[in-house]
Design a protein around this ligand. Structure first.
Ligand code: ES4
Ligand code: ZN
Length: 326
């Protein structure tokens, strides 16, 4: 209908997307066959049926298992270009995507396989679809800070092709402060700093992301709203939040999309953006996130335009490129 057309026609950037989370069951099956890997599922339908999560950890267990079918550079390139084709259909013109090097190096792949394959897919997206992108490597927070340092060492030859680092995986029990040293070292190497915070974790983790890591963006940030002083600080600092409504619904961060805080975030003056997180697992790409959230909480066309504008102003593009998009 017309809201759908308005949203798809709105040029937008996606700032919170885990490329491993864009692995659709069909491609998972095809790669399992190509690489002769046994999946514990007999059909695409059976895979989809397994995607009923009650919390973040529930999801992560299935997500790390799914990533096991990715074996070669070509697999990662195929995964990446498939995502960008979906983004194109949703009116996306730019994306800043996460990947988790440790998910792949810990199962024996050389660091270069995922990195080279994803970068090749990004180049193909720019050449064939005209979509620009940047790559962010995320440290897995359930692992040690020393393991993150080892990942930063392995990334050394790639640092000019990474725009930043992120912090993801199971949040509770793994506060940002656990990664203070490796994030400082990452910043000193010219990388911008992201952290998932306030998805399941308390407002204190958002404070730590700001005060200890000095983040350039907060991923999710929902639970910051529980603390008025923290909310005011995020508004005053103009910190971009990469919010993911359908992810929040799938992982029971909200009970119903009608209870999603996106409208409240915008009304408070927070620089919220709308993103898909792990679209193959959470039931929708970036366009669906805009549409379903708009319908559920009553976003106006002005609100939707603000979300799209925030996606460029909050991007890691140079100022001149941001201005070109806004
Ligand atoms: C993630 Cl939804 C979410 N939260 C934390 N870490 C993640 N990695 C992939 N998806
Ligand atoms: Zn995420």
């Amino acid at each position: 209908d017309t809201l759908d057309a308005f949203i798809r026609g709105l040029p937008k950037a996606e700032l919170h997307l885990h490329i491993e989370g864009s692995l659709e069951p069909e491609l998972m099956f095809a790669l399992a066959q190509r690489n002769r890997i046994d999946l514990p599922f007999q059909s695409v339908e059976e895979i989809r049926a397994a995607y009923a999560f009650s919390n973040l950890q529930d999801f992560l267990d299935i997500y790390y298992q799914g990533a096991g079918v990715l074996q070669t550079e070509e697999d990662f390139q195929d995964l990446t270009i498939a995502y960008f084709r979906r983004l194109k259909a949703d009116g996306g013109v730019h994306a800043e995507i996460f990947y988790d090097p440790q998910t792949h190096t810990d199962r024996g792949l050389p660091f270069s396989v995922a990195a080279d394959g994803i970068l090749a897919g990004m180049k193909q997206a720019e050449d064939e679809l005209g979509i620009t992108s940047r790559l962010i490597m995320s440290y897995l927070r359930h692992l040690s800070e020393e393991a993150a340092f080892e990942t930063l060492r392995q990334a050394e030859p790639y640092l000019d092709r990474f725009v930043g680092v992120g912090l993801d995986s199971g949040e509770v029990g793994h506060p940002p402060s656990k990664f203070a040293n490796v994030m400082k070292a990452s910043r000193e190497r010219g990388l911008l700093i992201n952290a998932h915070a306030g998805e399941e974790g308390p407002p204190a983790y958002v404070y730590e992301a700001l005060d200890i890591l000095g983040v350039d963006r907060i991923d999710h940030g929902n639970r910051a709203l529980e603390d008025q002083a923290l909310t005011r600080r995020l508004v005053d600092m103009g910190i971009t939040l990469t919010v993911c409504p359908l992810s929040n619904l799938s992982l029971c961060v909200v009970k119903d999309l009608k209870e999603h805080p996106m409208k409240r975030m915008l009304d408070l003056g927070l620089k919220a953006t709308c993103n898909s997180d792990d679209p193959a697992y959470f039931g929708g790409y970036v366009g669906d996130n805009y549409i379903r959230t708009a319908e559920a909480v009553g976003l106006t066309r002005d609100d939707l335009a603000t979300l799209a504008k925030n996606s460029f102003s909050g991007s890691f593009l140079p100022a001149a490129d941001k201005a070109r998009h806004i």
